[in-house]
Write a protein that binds this ligand. Sequence first.
Ligand code: FES
Ligand code: FES
Length: 164
Amino acid sequence: MQVIVDKSGVKRYLVTLNINGDSYTRVVRANTMLVNFLREEINMTGTKKGCELGDCGSCTVLMDGKPVNSCIVLAVEADGHQITTIEGVAQNDKLDRIQESFVENAAIQCGYCTPGMVLSAKALLTENPHPTEQEVREAIAGNLCRCTGYVNIVKAIMDASGEQ
Ligand code: FES
Ligand code: FES
């Protein structure tokens, strides 16, 4: 990773992230978090910010297929990795089966937790296409829904299972 030192001696870093199949190269500070890279550097605002402490899961994205809280991952840590955000889940203008199932099951209230929920579900069903309800609950344990619509969210993921 190329290090750039400005006139005042502050170091910045040239990073390249693969996001939803496209490469994005930007100069970032050492403390730029992945969530801010997504929202502010490349204007992908589907990833939501809540606690910014790694507690609520609203900023969940996939890094090399695994869910991470992007508010506690540095952009420099994500350099060279494959990132999937909610903008990359639908393909060819068609919703992913999990997204369809959230709509069918009315699993969205305010929607703030939904991107993170969908990505946690996506990671689970890719690895384990036929999870038990308990496994679904464990997979979304790090995603808090302030509207508390967990029953429909779990049902949506169960309905989408086996169809990935
Ligand atoms: S905003 Fe990242 S976990 Fe809450
Ligand atoms: S739908 Fe509102 S936070 Fe989950």
